[in-house]
Design a protein. Structure first.
Length: 447
């Protein structure tokens, strides 16, 4: 056999082997397809679809996003923002005698209204309280003296006014009134921009988002020592000292809140708070119109009360409720005839056994509402019950009348900081006070 003939036969054999291999592979895959697809009852053509429909769906993606330039929004709002400088005086006693120290502090404000004579600026109460003089700086760097139109300490709000006659034509053409937005339509995650006179360096801008809504935050008024709780907007836009009274705006340039560093905690980063405009707007309008809150703000009974606990009730034969330790002058309680020593046991027929319960009943009312109090008055070892109607006023700082029956019937002297001295309570006349810790067991609170 020749070499050429052998090579040809070898090639034919290889070709046949390749053909048989291909045919065998196709037959094997076909068998698998038949077994899995038909004998198992599963439609192979729909396998991928079934896997997708039974697994957890991924979140949607929106592609690459870029940070929006807010400079135009800020430029539009800035003419309505002002810087406020307050000058306060404090008497300081030392070994060498007394002297007066002046201190300067910075805040912010928002131009919200004007009439024929005055420009009205919204700010925080703590920015202007105790101020001897106020100076407002506008966006064109011009300045003017301002006066306090009215304050609402319980909401940390205030309005200051500037005479239009004190402003130049150029300033009047430059400044603008802020556009008020609807804070009731806010949602967590929406953009938030804070503008204000941070640290007194001049107007600055910080950005963030709405972190949460209706956060209950408490604040103590420096003048009265009273603690107030309000529902605020929480944002991670930086709100620093000096930003107080400035604007929290949305991406449209509408003012949705009034910033307050008073509510901020220096130990916490990324938590700033602002008073919602839905809360602030009616109060500010009231202050502009009347110089005080009349039908808006926090409803106020006008007493300093102490809980009559179970232990006190049992030991001293007193009914459970709220013992009136002092009555605020000019408040609804005084006008209705409530006296020190009265015990409030119910509001509108619903029992109250503590100041917290009393506060809860009053807080759901409106300023100007009339509530019916069940009041007990001591009478020779027993208690007479009466129903007394009290018209609620707006919570504000005020002097308290102790109504103490001392020999001269004089008012108790009040500390310089405006806080009230704790009166002697009936159960404090004994040497042994109920409970541990003496009178501190019975905290008294203003409401």
């Amino acid at each position: 056999m020749s070499t050429k003939s052998f090579t040809g036969k070898l090639a034919k054999c290889a070709s046949l082997a390749l053909v048989f291999g291909i045919v065998g592979g196709i037959a094997f895959q076909g068998t698998n397809y038949f077994m899995e697809g038909h004998l198992s009852g599963r439609d192979i053509s729909d396998t991928e679809t079934q896997i997708e429909s039974t697994s957890i769906q991924p979140t949607k993606t929106y592609g690459k996003t870029e940070t929006t330039d807010i400079s135009q929004v800020v430029d539009g709002v800035m003419p309505s923002i002002v810087a406020i400088t307050s000058l306060t005086q404090q008497e300081v006693l030392s070994f060498f005698g007394g002297r007066t120290i002046e201190s300067e502090s910075s805040g912010s404000g928002i131009i919200i209204s004007r009439d024929q004579d005055k420009l009205y600026i919204a700010t925080n109460n703590h920015v202007v309280e105790k101020a001897k003089t106020l100076t407002v700086q506008f966006s064109d760097d011009s300045t003017a003296e301002a006066t306090v139109r009215g304050t609402a300490p319980s909401n940390d709000l205030a309005v200051v006014s500037v005479n239009l006659s004190d402003l130049s034509e150029d300033t009047l053409k430059t400044i603008k009134e802020a556009v008020i937005g609807d804070s009731t339509k806010l949602s967590a995650g929406q953009a938030a921009i804070a503008i204000g006179n941070a640290l007194g360096y001049g107007q600055s801008v910080t950005t963030g988002v709405i972190s949460a809504l209706e956060r209950e935050v408490s604040m103590q008024d420096d003048t009265s020592g009273q603690t107030f709780t309000n529902k605020l907007i929480q944002t991670d836009a930086a709100i620093n000292p000096g930003n107080s009274g400035g604007a929290l705006i949305n991406s449209k340039g509408e003012v949705i809140g009034i910033n307050s560093s008073k509510y901020s905690d220096t130990a916490v980063e990324g938590m700033g708070f602002a008073i919602p405009m839905a809360t602030a707007k009616p109060i500010l309008e009231d202050l502009i119109a009347n110089g005080k809150t009349t039908t808006t703000g926090t409803p106020y009974l006008g007493i300093y009360g102490v809980d009559v606990t179970d232990e006190v009730s049992e030991n001293y034969n007193m009914p459970k409720g709220v013992y009136i330790a002092q009555v605020v002058k000019g408040g609804g309680a005084e006008l209705a005839g409530l006296k020190v020593g009265n015990i409030i046991t119910a509001v509108n027929g619903e029992e109250v056994a503590s100041m917290e319960e009393l506060k809860g009943k009053i807080s759901i009312c409106q300023v100007g509402d009339t509530v019916k109090l069940t009041v007990l008055t001591a009478n020779n070892g027993s208690y007479d019950e009466a129903e007394i109607e009290v018209k609620l006023s707006s919570q504000q700082t005020g002097e308290a009348s102790s109504d103490s029956k001392d020999s001269n019937n004089k008012e108790e002297e009040q500390p310089e900081d405006g806080r009230q001295e704790m009166p002697q309570l009936p159960w404090e006349e004994e040497e042994e006070l109920p409970g541990e810790g003496g009178p501190d067991v019975f905290p008294w609170r203003n409401w």
